[in-house]
Design a protein around this ligand. Structure first.
Ligand code: ADP
Length: 399
């Protein structure tokens, strides 16, 4: 099937047009600065042909029109008719407690996504703009919502409740939701395939280490815990996000620095993590380079970053009551030989022996990076969220 995968931000729209049987990305592209002066469109086809142009897009409706007209363009397009698009899969960040799996979008679903928008005020409204634009312009072509939170909905209350008055959970739905779910699910399933075992027999820890980073504990195919929380600020130390901190720091800083609550939270989201600690960059590569040049703050930043991941591995191993595989994915998880090495060196307690050669070889490709005889398998599995969205879209429609 041909699935158009759409991922909308407040001023951007990323897309991939995927032929799912052969996992071919026929074309991928990006609309940027939607609604802002200087909006631009670029795409790259499977053939390698690419184009970038300035096109005025005053809203997401315009952006969808630009994408659809490119797909069907006589010269540049990849299909001759919109009807060749079998479905659209939309990435939606927050599905609240309502959406536990992908869903066919209709007016009722739109209302429900709107209702949980309060929980992701920057993301869900953007997704809705893309959904509405596609519904308006694509007739009866099925539109499917795939939620970042859905995979984590199998968590039990013991994992998702915060120990604050229960009323706040009932009144405001304050709880752990977790994010990156599409990636965690894809990687856990892929790990099982690579291991040649049924996922219903496996305990897997997935480390999604990108600029945003999260981990999950997956027991017999179901997520039982994850490191992000009510928002994507919790858990691991990230490029610019603090991850877990003592919440009392917030009011302390508000008083000391005369900051508003929003200013502190913005600082925790945008100026913290390895950027905040090192003062160098939010990109781990830059921080590692600075560390190599003797920058002590950069070293401390990376040490804190690594230790947090190791702590979560230990915690999840306890929760899972053992572990069969630890899988690394996303920007740094897939590509950073040194980050994986530093984590691997601290996993001796698991009986894991990091194989330096294999670790070097597994740069952006699937592979095992531990010793052949290790009971716990260390793996690298590049994530593919767009393909996972297309796959979920197809499997929903085939039901
Ligand atoms: P996100 O989707 O959260 O923006 P990605 O999964 O695309 O993140 O990861 C991007 C991040 O991955 C970059 O910020 C960079 O720090 C990190 N990264 C990519 N390659 C490497 C590498 N070789 N070494 C260290 N970090 C890397």
């Amino acid at each position: 099937m041909n699935v158009l995968v759409i991922n909308c931000g407040s001023s951007s729209l990323k897309f991939q047009f995927i032929e799912t049987e052969d996992q071919r990305v026929l074309v991928r592209g990006l609309c940027e600065r939607i609604g802002i002066d200087g909006s631009a469109f670029e795409y790259k086809k499977e053939t390698g042909d690419k184009k970038a142009s300035k096109i005025e897009m005053k809203d997401h409706n315009d952006a969808v029109a630009v994408v659809l007209s490119m797909l069907t363009d006589k010269e540049d397009g990849v299909i001759d008719d919109l009807a060749k698009i079998d479905a659209v899969g939309h990435r939606v960040v927050h599905g609240g407690e309502k959406f536990k799996e992908a869903v066919l979008i209709n007016d009722e679903v739109i209302k429900e996504i709107e209702e949980v928008s309060d929980l992701a005020p920057l993301h869900n409204p953007a997704a809705l703009l893309g959904i509405r634009a596609c519904m308006d312009q694509m007739g009866n072509i099925p539109q499917v919502g795939v939620f970042d939170t859905a995979f984590h909905q199998t968590m039990e209350p013991e994992s998702y409740l915060y120990a604050i008055p229960y009323d706040y959970y009932e009144k405001y739905k304050i709880r752990r939701y977790g994010f990156h779910g599409t990636s965690h699910e894809y990687v856990a399933n892929r790990a099982a395939q690579i291991l040649g075992k049924d996922i219903s027999t496996l305990k897997i820890i997935v480390c999604h280490i990108g600029n945003g980073a999260s981990m999950s504990a997956v027991k017999y195919g179901k997520c039982i815990d994850t490191s992000m929380g009510f928002t994507p600020l919790a858990g691991l130390v990230m490029g610019t996000r603090s991850g877990d901190i003592d919440p009392a720091i917030i009011t302390y800083l508000m008083k000391k620095e005369n900051m508003t609550a929003d200013e502190v939270v913005s600082m925790l989201n945008k100026q913290s993590g390895v950027l905040g600690l090192s003062g160098v960059s939010s990109d781990y590569r830059d921080v590692i380079d600075a560390e190599k040049n003797g920058d002590q703050k950069a070293k401390k930043a990376m040490d804190v970053f690594i230790l947090r991941i190791v702590k979560y591995i230990g915690a999840y191993m306890a929760e899972l009551d053992g572990v069969d595989a630890v899988a690394f994915t996303a920007g740094a998880g897939e590509n950073s030989v040194s980050i994986r090495e530093r984590i691997g060196e601290k996993l001796g307690f698991l009986g894991v022996t990091l194989d330096k050669e294999k670790n070097k070889a597994a740069r952006g490709v699937e592979g095992f990076i531990g010793g052949d005889d290790d009971k716990v398998k260390l793996m690298v599995i590049p994530t593919n969220e767009e393909y996972a969205i297309a796959e979920q879209t197809v499997s929903l429609l085939k039901r």
